[in-house]
Design a binder for this molecule. Structure first.
Ligand code: NAD
Length: 499
């Protein structure tokens, strides 16, 4: 039997073995075969990586902003040019189809382009003569060593939400990617090196809870950016905050799409299928529940089913629409929700179990599934399924739909489909969700706005990227200065007032 490769850490600009010999298998989910292993760092390994990032910090934060910007421009060019190679890595380890993998990289590239404007984004303010001869100004400085912990579902895009801004702002980075698809992080690390990034500024440490916990408590780590499931996000937020760090912790989701009777039902059906089954539903902004107003529910379901019949599930390298799920365990869990929904009284309109696929029989397959009349009490409704299962919940009208969305523990994304501007305007005002689409199913904000949910979809108040990302990765100083003027002086113990 031939040896399979082991994905190593990336420290100080080169692959590194660390000291821990613990590994985890990395599967190709379309084949159901472990094609690699990945190292699982020990606490000591993480401490070594953090020390490397700390050592690289002084020179990097003091490098001119123009030089840092130039490296970002170089990285942007490389990421653009090497998208097909990176997309192939994503498809191999995650399973998403190649076009979707390229789309993920394109969304990450947007953040790199935004980071290229760092000289403008980091500008401070200046107020002259706030009191006679006294000026006040503010500076933005990097936080220091920043930790990033990312989920399996966007192995390139989610790290790219954070590290370009962190780096361009003068921080040094330790990224802990998902152990399920770790190679994209190393590929991007090599590209950053090729772009001219000094060694030690961007580091990757692979691992699981042990590595994460080591990052959360290391006193040299100034901030934690986390994206993953809600229970872990909450744990990360609480633990890292208790250790004095700045934290942004984005969690899970259950995104509803409300379809009003005056909506364009063809547009709504296209949107539901794209947003429900793209990336096999393994997107935090996937639509997983359609709230269909009764009057149009049957027609909408017919249109969705018609479109689902045309979808091809299979190996992401073969021009299919939808790939496999990430692991066998996850596939079985998602498939189990179909049983749960049926047992709870839902109708299985389209059943993805046992579907014929264009791929290896051992792949982690589950076809697109549509459930109707899913009870709100069913775990198939209340849990985040994170797979290709779209649930229909029928509602009487706008009020009931809004009420259901606002009662959810999650508040990541939502969408309304309608031709009534007044209803859409009310919706954006009344819904308790962080990102809203109006006739747009996956309202992921562009890089110069910020991304983040409400309620149990995000802990802390710091959204990702955009202006919130700049605020997160910088610390402000306010300076009050007076250059000596002989006319000023004397003793005065009162609180200073401006004259
Ligand atoms: P996950 O929470 O299992 O893992 C995320 C990261 O945390 C990984 O790096 C993992 O190694 C680490 N981790 C896992 N268990 C841990 C533990 N007990 N202690 C410390 N660290 C631990 O999430 P996942 O399955 O990789 O990703 C899917 C989840 O991420 C879904 O819930 C999805 O909604 C969510 N997600 C949210 C967003 C968002 O922007 N809100 C974006 C993408 C994904």
């Amino acid at each position: 039997m031939s040896e399979i490769p082991t994905v190593q850490h990336w420290v100080n600009g080169a692959p590194a073995a660390g000291t821990s010999t613990r590994t985890a298998p990395v599967f190709n989910p379309a084949r159901g075969v472990a094609e690699k292993n990945v190292l699982m760092a020990s606490t000591a390994d993480v401490d070594t990586v953090v020390a490397a990032a700390k050592a690289a910090l002084p020179a990097w934060r003091d490098m001119s902003i123009a030089k840092r910007q130039n490296i970002m421009f170089n990285f942007r060019e490389l990421l653009h040019k090497r998208t097909p190679e990176l997309a192939a890595i994503l498809t191999n380890e995650h399973g998403k189809v190649l076009s979707d993998a390229a789309g993920e990289i394109a969304r990450g590239l947007e953040v790199v382009e935004y980071a290229c404007s760092m000289p403008t984004l980091m500008k401070g303010d200046y107020s002259e003569n706030v009191s006679t001869g006294v000026d006040v100004y503010s500076l933005k400085q990097p936080v220091g060593v920043v930790g990033i912990i990312s989920p399996f579902n966007f192995p390139a895009m989610v790290p790219l939400w954070f590290f370009p801004l962190a780096i361009a702002a003068g921080n040094t980075v330790v990224l802990k990617p998902s152990e399920k698809d770790p190679s994209a992080a190393n590929f991007m690390a090599q590209m950053l090196k090729d772009a001219g990034l000094p060694d030690g500024v961007f580091n990757v440490v692979h691992g699981d809870k042990e590595a994460v916990d080591a990052l959360l408590v290391n006193p040299d780590v100034g901030s934690i950016s986390f994206v993953g499931s809600t229970p872990i996000a909450k744990y990360i937020y609480e633990t890292a905050s208790a250790h004095g760090k700045r934290v942004q912790a984005l969690g899970g989701a259950k995104n509803h799409m409300l379809v009003l009777p005056d909506a364009d039902l063809d547009l709504a059906a296209d949107a539901a299928v794209n947003a429900g089954f793209g990336s096999a539903g393994e997107r935090c902004m996937a639509i997983s529940v359609i709230l269909a107003v009764d009057a149009v529910a049957d027609e909408l379901i017919a249109k969705i089913s018609e479109r689902m019949a045309t979808l091809k599930t299979g190996d992401g390298t073969r021009g299919c629409d939808m790939g496999p799920l990430i692991t066998e365990v996850h596939r079985d869990k998602v498939s189990g929700y179909i049983d749960i929904a049926a047992a709870d009284g839902a109708t299985v309109v389209v059943d993805g179990r046992g579907i014929e696929v264009d791929g290896d029989a051992d792949g982690f397959w589950l076809g697109p599934t549509l459930l109707d009349r899913v009870p709100l009490s069913s775990a198939a409704y209340t849990d985040e399924i994170f797979g290709p299962v779209l649930s229909i919940v029928r509602v009487e009208g706008y009020e009931q739909g809004l009420d259901i969305i606002n009662s959810s523990q999650y508040g990541n994304g939502t969408a309304i489909f309608t031709n009534d501007g007044g209803a859409a305007r009310r919706f954006q005002n009344e819904v308790t969700v962080g990102m809203i689409g109006i006739n747009v199913p996956i309202p992921v904000p562009v890089a110069y706005h910020s991304f983040g949910g409400w309620k149990n979809s995000a802990f802390g108040d710091a959204k990702a990227y955009g202006p919130a990302g700049i605020a997160f990765f910088t610390r402000e100083k306010a300076v009050t200065s007076r250059w000596l003027d002989p006319s000023h002086g004397g003793l005065n113990l009162g609180f200073p007032q401006n004259h």
